[in-house]
Design a protein around this ligand. Structure first.
Ligand code: FUL
Length: 480
């Protein structure tokens, strides 16, 4: 063996023994040493999300579209007696729905296939109360097909709402017969329209009725294994209100049927106050830009997903004022989150897992990847500091956990170094989860600290972003 090879062998062996002993690395990325001595990632804190749930978190916002017989009666709930003939959109345009959803930054679209009134929006042969008996497209139309195809084209995931409660169907009084009927509809929806992202089972009106939930879930998982079942289902929970607002603390891990599971929250809210369906006189209820921004910061900004309802009108289009408001909202958010000041920072952390560059705080520059900041196993609090050459002005801080490894952080805070060189706390909050956005009064500083005050296990951070919000965005006043 020549001397060079011998030397290499010795270095590699020493590093190998050291890593086996302590789990740490020499810290030189790209060296022979490092390629041998990857530091083990933190153990996941179970339960964790499924890959499908993780993909759902990443969408952040979805569009809900309530469309059906109610649209033609200015009512939110009809009782199942309105004639099928009354369903007659004059210019059904699902591509507009899906394109608007895409432009508004929404990753999925959920359409009502059947609301509580029982009217079915695709031409099923299991009931006469459906589009086949409407004059629309001479009874040949299929709303679900139109929407599913439009979603595919726009690059938006497709999902459907199917109300278990049915005020029309006579079989509803016979649990078994109704389950059979309901499963036939489900089977059609799950087989005929391509990939399904989310199935939305509304709980309204279902009290006291016994459904074969397990049978429904089994069928969904069999026909569309990637579909998530929301609300009355095991994959996504209802946040608990119809205002689009998550509470301050949002844990994804919840107890369901006596078991701890990953059960994330979805915040549903209509863009016209209190109206899920289109009403001819509903425009005055359109939420203001500020109300929509507040909803965003209190749903997505608290680690939940927002499902915002925009209802198509009687022509089959999303109304223009609603679309304009939605796009205005999007443009403000885009403006706010366009420039991440953190990209100019130099980073420091109180602890880096195994001293390895694989877990350094700089890993928080890019989101939704496999790189993240992590600490050693026995460290359950700590901080990341961002330093700038010149003072930066900002009023938004975005923080994300590496939730693929479970949700860990219980309390955290944001600090700035003030003119006197002292750390000043400018915001504190509890959970982070997929995302937490701090909206704070404008700050000017050369140093920002994100502190993890309490964590269930060694913390992980996927991302830290620092932004200065658009002049059109919400402003937080400094407390006097
Ligand atoms: C509620 C329903 O009763 C409303 O009509 C709407 O569908 C909303 C999303 O869920 O429970």
């Amino acid at each position: 063996m020549n001397i060079f090879l011998k030397l290499c062998f010795m270095i590699v062996s020493v590093c190998f023994i050291a890593s086996a002993d302590s789990g740490s690395v020499c810290g030189k990325e790209g060296s022979a040493c490092c390629s041998l001595k990857k530091v083990n990632p933190p153990e996941p804190l179970y339960p964790v999300s499924s890959p499908q749930q993780l993909r759902w978190h990443q969408q952040e916002i979805g569009m809900f579209c309530h469309f059906g017989i109610n649209t033609f009666h200015n009512e939110e709930w009809t009782d199942g007696t309105k004639p099928a003939e009354s369903f007659n959109p004059t210019d059904f345009n699902p591509q507009q729905w899906a394109d608007v959803a895409k432009k508004a930054g929404m990753g999925y679209l959920i359409v009502t296939a059947k609301h509580h009134d029982g009217f079915v929006l695709y031409p099923t042969h299991h009931t006469d109360y459906c589009v086949r008996f409407s004059p629309w497209q001479n009874g040949q139309g299929d709303v679900i097909k139109g929407v599913a195809e439009a979603c595919q084209k726009a690059g938006v995931h497709f999902g459907f709402y199917l109300s278990p409660w049915d005020r029309h169907e006579p079989r509803y009084n016979d649990n078994k017969a109704y389950d059979e009927y309901f499963m036939k509809l489900l089977r059609e929806l799950l087989t005929n329209y391509g990939p399904v992202f989310e199935v939305w089972f509304d709980g309204a009106g279902t009290e006291g009725h016994v459904y074969d939930w397990e049978g429904y879930y089994k069928l969904i998982k069999e026909l569309q294994p990637d579909a998530l079942i929301a609300i009355c289902g095991p994959d996504i929970r209802w946040v608990g209100n119809e205002d689009g607002l998550a509470p301050e603390t949002v844990w994804n891990v919840q107890e369901r049927n006596g078991k701890k599971v990953w059960y994330p929250a979805e915040c549903d809210v209509p863009i016209r106050r209190g109206q899920w369906f289109y009403h001819t006189d509903g425009e005055k209820r359109l939420l203001s830009l500020n109300q929509l921004l507040k909803i965003y910061y209190h749903s997505v900004g608290r680690g939940a997903v927002l499902l915002l309802n925009v209802s198509p009108d009687r022509s089959g289009h999303l109304p223009e004022p609603d679309v304009n408001r939605l796009l205005e909202w999007r443009s403000v958010l885009d403006e706010t989150f366009k420039i991440n000041l953190a990209e100019k920072a130099s980073w420091e952390a109180s602890n880096v897992r195994g001293n390895s560059p694989e877990y350094s705080p700089e890993m928080c520059l890019k989101e939704n990847d496999n790189n993240y900041w992590a600490t050693d196993n026995d460290v359950q609090s700590g901080y990341v500091i961002l330093r700038f050459d010149k003072p930066v002005i900002f009023d938004r801080v975005v923080i994300k956990e590496q939730i693929a490894l479970g949700q860990r952080i219980e309390e955290h805070s944001v600090w700035v170094k003030n003119k006197n060189g002292q750390w000043e706390r400018v915001s504190s909050a509890t959970t982070i989860g997929y995302k937490r956005i701090h909206c704070i009064p404008e700050q000017k500083t050369k140093e920002i600290k994100v502190q993890i005050d309490k964590s269930l296990a060694c913390p992980t951070l996927d991302f830290i972003g620092i932004y200065n919000s658009s002049p059109r965005d919400l402003k937080v006043q400094k407390k006097k």
